[in-house]
Ligand binder design. Structure first.
Ligand code: PLP
Length: 432
């Protein structure tokens, strides 16, 4: 029996951290109001709660217009349709992200072009974008991943130079600001998710924000079965679908938006304390500070683990040991999308992958993104944001657990444990 919980010792932390999602009387009252209103769906369009929330959410992110939709994946899909992405167009995406960033590109029979991530941020590396641009490229789809922003200054400069549109995937960036500008308001459209792990959540849900009325109108038509948008100044008629957000979901979003600044302040304080505890720990490096992020939106707290500085004990063992100490965290949180088991792309289903080519593009085999590989399979350690919504004592427990695991790292050498085996697998493939 060792000192570490994974080898039979006492876990450092037994009490739970802040649970997520959380709710208050405001959410309960709003749900009750919907319940008795007889207006449960997204009709008449837009629902009262969905409309009020979308306006407030857009304003909170420096955008003029907002529209709720039923998932973050659909938010990206609707944004791609709004900027006029057509079958065969190419869209530049980061290699290291959730599959839901990329799926919508394929769904509308466009072609995702993967670009590696910046090791300082784990977000799309702007320095590599220009070499991926071809005559078919129509848009860049950066993701503000984890706790950082993609370099929007560079991305907007490149987009302007090459006449490309920009959609910001802000599924991780609720309330975040870059140079004082809200996430999602700098590109042509911003797409948000309200899936249950997100910083604001309705269980499932999403929103699109934009400063362009024409785009808003296109999004509204597309997600409302092709009906005319509310303003209909541009008279677009499109085949649309029912991607509306229901009122029960919309009702719980408003109170969370109101609480977001308070949550942001708590997270800022606990993260500052956490980072002060993580200084000069061999084997652990913080992400590079980014002064252009003027308000942090940490969907996950992310740091780097260097096995070569910790007796070559792999990240899977380190993370599993930390989990057993009572600290929720993850290593293989995302993979380069094209390598993920959730991306079994078959060119027969996506005709544009074959157009004008002797052989269809083999998205699973044609890319090599070393930084995405390093983040995915060796380095990145993710902690869910709610761990930082409690007290400094909570984050002290995380730092103490890290210290404990590192001090007893040799106990992990050659260890076989289900938690370690699971950590070697992508999230979708793990044993429960
Ligand atoms: C980076 C990123 N993009 C897109 C999505 C898709 O959002 P949803 O799950 O709401 O469809 C998610 C969330 O799951 C995400 O993390």
């Amino acid at each position: 029996m060792g000192k570490l919980a994974i080898t039979g010792g006492e876990p450092l932390r037994r009490s739970p951290f802040t649970q997520w999602p959380m709710s208050t009387k405001e959410e309960a009252d709003a749900l009750q109001d919907v319940l008795t209103s007889t207006k449960w769906g997204g009709q008449p369009f837009p629902g009262k709660y969905a409309d009020a929330f979308a306006k407030k959410f857009a304003a909170a992110h420096s955008a003029k217009y907002g529209q709720c939709v039923n998932t973050g994946t659909v938010a990206i899909q609707a944004a791609l349709k709004a900027i006029g992405i057509r079958p065969g167009d190419e869209v530049i995406v980061p290699a290291y992200t959730w599959e839901g960033t990329v799926g919508p590109v394929l769904l509308i029979n466009a072609v995702p072009v993967f670009v590696d991530v910046d090791p300082d941020t784990y977000c799309l590396d702007a320095k590599l974008i220009e070499q991926a641009i071809t005559p078919k490229t129509k848009a860049i789809l950066p993701v503000h991943l984890g706790m950082r922003f993609a370099d929007m200054d560079e991305i907007l400069r490149i987009a302007k130079k090459h006449n490309l549109k920009v959609i910001e995937d802000c599924a991780h960036a609720h309330g975040g600001m870059w140079n004082g500008q809200g996430a999602g308001s700098m590109g042509d459209l911003g797409a948000f998710s309200f899936q249950s792990s997100k910083l604001i959540t309705s269980g499932e849900g999403g929103a699109v924000i934009t400063n362009n009325l024409e785009y808003l109108e296109l999004v509204q038509s597309y997600i409302n079965a092709g009906r005319a948008s509310l303003t209909d100044q541009f008279h677009h008629r499109t085949i649309g679908f029912n991607y509306r957000l229901g009122e029960f979901q919309a009702a719980v979003l408003g109170p969370q938006l109101d609480r977001l600044p308070q949550h942001a302040a708590v997270r800022e304080k606990t993260i500052k304390h956490f980072e002060s505890r993580l200084q000069n720990i061999p084997g652990i490096a913080l992400l590079k500070p980014e002064p252009r992020i003027t308000r942090l939106a940490p969907y996950g707290y992310v740091f780097k683990y260097f096995a070569n500085k910790v007796n070559d004990i792999p990240r899977a063992s380190f993370v599993a040991a930390l989990q057993l100490e009572g600290i929720p965290c993850d290593g293989l949180f995302y993979e380069p999308v094209y390598k993920s088991s959730l991306f079994p792309v078959d060119a027969a289903d996506f005709p544009a992958l074959s157009w004008g080519r002797e052989k269809p593009l083999d998205l699973r085999a044609m890319y090599s993104c070393p930084e995405a590989d390093r983040a995915a399979y060796q380095e990145a350690v993710w902690f869910p944001h709610q761990l930082f919504l409690g007290t400094t004592a909570d984050v002290d427990a995380i730092a103490d657990a890290i210290g404990k695991v590192l001090a007893n790292i040799e106990e992990l050498r050659g260890l076989d444990h289900k938690a370690i085996r699971n950590q070697k697998l992508g999230r979708a493939d793990r044993e429960s």
